[in-house]
Design a protein around this ligand. Structure first.
Ligand SMILES: [Mg+2]
Ligand SMILES: [Zn+2]
Length: 278
């Protein structure tokens, strides 16, 4: 029986799905020009809300947006990883700077929605005119969340703190956090010894971690694609359930479960090309 509950926290964009859902919708529904025009003047989260109004004014229905989202690329290994983690009794959560409609539509399409106990993201709803409204997770027009690492509308680290505090009465929990972006750095810093962070290799989170490895208490395990994500995540779950006694099988790929090197010169926060099927 599990000696500790394992909480697996997934970022969504470029972690569960293999693209950024905002970029996907902007590109697929012909919003790129107006998006780029407004980007210098607006906070990202508010800009996505504006884009939904533009779609509505162009006669695009909610169903057209949903249909577009259902075509977003998801690696089948990631789907298997999530279903297996759920079947092993892990508590699964999404912590994402996308929005609830985008995330629920995609998770439901792939039969994954019921695997997650909570989705922490920017709220959204369909208004009386049939327009998708996107709101900030943290209302920065009222007060700042006070974290300089995170965007004004969401501090993922504060969400991790809340998850930990609400579950502390139920005994020890071990966290596994998977992500790729800058916004995943703050929550990674909140992890404790005995927790794991899985940064996507060559993406901003991975570069930030390499920049000062000593700042993290959690063990670091990089991954590059869905197949590696699945292998490594399931190994870490086994270790966490087993209280750390799990031994890495000798037959696993050499890239798995290796600690990220302490320092790599020239690691920089550069944009990485995405594999987005057109
Ligand atoms: Mg991401
Ligand atoms: Zn933060």
């Amino acid at each position: 029986m599990a000696s500790a509950t394992v909480v697996v926290v997934f970022d969504f964009d470029k972690t569960i799905i293999d693209c950024d859902s905002d970029d996907w919708v902007v590109n697929q529904l012909g919003l790129r020009d107006v998006f780029e025009l407004l980007l210098p003047t607006m906070q990202w989260n508010l800009l996505m809300g504006r884009m939904m109004s533009v779609l509505h004014s162009r006669g695009k229905s909610i169903e057209a947006i949903a249909e577009c989202l259902r075509r977003a690329p998801v690696d089948p290994h990631v789907i298997e990883a999530i279903k297996t983690a759920y079947s092993l009794g892990c508590e699964l959560r999404v912590v994402s700077d996308a929005n609830l409609f985008f995330i629920e539509t995609i998770l439901k399409h792939h039969g994954l929605l019921e695997c997650f106990s909570e989705i922490n993201t920017n709220p959204s709803y369909v208004d009386e005119e049939g327009r998708l409204r996107i709101l900030p997770c943290h209302d920065f027009t009222i007060s700042s969340h006070g974290c300089s690492l995170c965007p004004a509308n969401m501090c993922k680290g504060k969400i991790i703190d809340r998850i930990r505090s609400t579950s502390s009465t139920e005994g020890k929990k071990r966290f596994i956090y998977l992500g790729d972006g800058k916004g995943d750095y703050c929550p990674s810093l909140k992890l404790n010894q005995g927790d794991f962070v899985m940064p996507r290799k060559n993406y901003p989170l991975w570069n930030l971690i390499l920049g000062n490895r000593q700042l993290l208490k959690a063990e670091v395990h990089e991954w590059s694609n869905g197949e590696e994500l699945k292998l490594i995540l399931l190994q870490l779950i086994n270790r966490a359930i087993d209280g750390g006694n799990y031994r890495t099988p000798t037959q696993v790929l050499s890239v798995d479960c290796k600690h990220v090197p302490v320092a790599v010169s020239g690691a920089e926060d550069r944009p990485i090309p995405l594999r987005i099927p057109q």
